[in-house]
Design a protein around this ligand. Structure first.
Ligand code: G1P
Length: 289
């Protein structure tokens, strides 16, 4: 079964990036010359998903505008004869179908995903978090997860990465049985455990493929002490009923929601760009580091 829908929870306030995110959504911060969210939408598209479902909140209009047509801008570029830019601007709005829904209060990732129950309907769907930008030389990470989904006969799968033990409390963490080739059968998972309670250092990274039965578990999962409904809790409950897998993906992940992570991504993405890489490298070499 083809996975057509990709869900993007983008209602977060971006407090780690203030003041840049006071009036601009963090998803619209630009990595070299493209907003973060477009990298992630392109990753979903490369995995065959062409219905993009965005769960937005206040101050997120720029995301809708970005993926909409800009007739005025297209007209100006056409008049100037700048066909290359015109084509690029047009292609953004023609990428796929976009559906927007609102999460009125920031009550956690699980709460956000539950908002789209009626939109994703009876189909499996992807979930992609825009803070995690992943560079791959081979298949994009969502494509790697889709492969696992098919190979396991349609089981839910999450992306994981080994992180230093002192960082585990920032992530959902899995306890998994290794099956080879980076694949794990998940035994349990826990959201943001203290270091001494973490079952491993295998952290969940913001890419998931879920099946519609997750909604029943979300509906039955209690809100946590912070008043949030966690997706991790619902998946942990789901895996008592069916197999759920984790894939240690191939690729390099940047936490672009964090200032240092964003700077690292900016430098490395710029260095990889055919049109900028050489001159940027020459410039960096002149710095007395
Ligand atoms: C969310 C999830 C967490 C996961 C992380 C990946 O946390 O709740 O399980 O490890 O995304 O980025 P957040 O970073 O939104 O607090």
């Amino acid at each position: 079964m083809r996975i057509r829908k990709a869900v993007f929870p983008v209602a977060g306030l971006g407090t780690r990036f203030l003041p840049a995110t006071k009036a601009t959504p963090k998803e619209m911060l630009s990595l070299v010359d493209k907003p973060l969210i477009q990298y992630v939408v392109e990753e979903a598209m490369a995995a065959g998903m062409n219905e993009i479902v965005m769960i937005t909140g206040r101050n997120k209009n720029a995301i809708e505008d970005h993926f909409d047509r800009s007739v005025e801008l297209e007209h100006i570029l056409e008049k100037k004869g700048n066909m290359e830019l015109l084509e690029m601007v047009r292609s953004i709005s023609e990428m796929c179908d976009f559906i927007y829904t609102r999460q009125k209060e920031p009550k956690g990732l699980g709460h956000a995903v539950l908002r789209v129950k009626d939109v994703t309907d009876e189909e499996p769907f992807g979930v992609l978090l825009g803070d995690d930008i992943i560079y791959t030389e081979g298949s994009p990470v969502m494509t790697q997860l889709v492969d696992v989904f098919h190979k396991t006969g349609g089981s839910p799968v999450v992306a994981v990465e080994r992180v230093p033990m002192e960082a585990v409390s920032s992530y959902g963490v899995i306890d998994g049985e290794p099956l080879g080739n980076g694949l794990y059968l998940i035994k349990s998972m826990v959201e943001k455990p203290p270091r001494d309670k973490a079952p491993s250092n295998m952290a969940i990274i913001g890419r998931y493929i879920l099946t519609p039965d997750i909604y029943r578990h979300l509906e039955n999962t209690p809100f946590d002490a912070k008043g949030e409904l966690q997706l991790t809790g619902a998946i942990n409950s789901l895996l008592k009923e069916r197999k759920v897998y984790a894939l240690e993906f191939k690729g390099k992940r940047y936490d672009a929601g964090d200032k240092l992570g964003f700077l690292k991504a900016t430098v490395e993405f710029a260095l990889r760009r055919p049109d900028l890489g050489d001159s940027f490298l020459q410039y960096l070499k002149t710095l007395k580091l």
